[in-house]
Write a new protein. Sequence first.
Length: 297
Amino acid sequence: MKNSYGLILGLLTVLFWSTSATAFKITLRYMDVLQLLFYAVITATLILSAHLLITKKFRHIFTLKPGEYGFYLVLGFLNPFVYYWMAVKAYDLLPAQIVQPINYTWVITLSLLSIPLLKQRFSKVQIAASLICYAGVVVLSYRSSNAPGSEIDYFGVFLAVSCTIIWAFYWIYNVRSKQDPIVAIFLNFFFSIPFIGLACFSFSSFEIKQIEGLYGAVWIGCFEFGFAFITWIGALRSSSNTHGVANLIFLTPFISLIFIHTVLGEEILTQTYMGFMLIISGIVLQKYFSYRKRVLP
């Protein structure tokens, strides 16, 4: 029963995250990147604080040592501030069907950064998985001059790939967190607000010109951030097979393409499927190798 509950929460989270690419693109029609990020993060912070109040964990926020607050301040700067600024800007510059699969190369980026930062060994499997994944990025990014939507903003591709480095750094340093996961995520979002607010003040504005933009930002705050993190952590806690639940996340890009096509109306190109399958193949190879290392003597 416990595993079934965890599976349901995991699949619910996958459904939430599968709407994100479409929600980003729609919301960016009505507000700019920083405005979207500001109102989405405010929404997520309110949801997470309400959850902590309901579960009687809000008091834990005030029990940290000064150094721990500094630690979460740095994490909040990395994610959601820097990571999502780059990721959402990539969505602003590129079709969703390109950015969404590229985002999932963070698994490979994480394994590569673990070599110098966590002193892990560099294996032939990691080399192969990396080459396969980044070949997928090349396929996704290439457009012949005759292809529909042939103009590709390569700065957007650069942002989409580079933000996976920020995400990987975030998760490597997040391993040091000793707090309840929801408390930690709340602190990350709370401490990111001044950074996002300052950026919004300096490079954009807080004015909401079209209410549809606010609706979109609130949706993202709810289902990319707030509720999604709560259900995902609940799924991991409720399952005895956390490895199996964690792998559900890789259903997200498949379902996301359905929303991108049916809601956004993007024509999914053949090379998108090709690049997508290369990226997923590289990730599966990397995950399988990591699993074998943990299980086999």
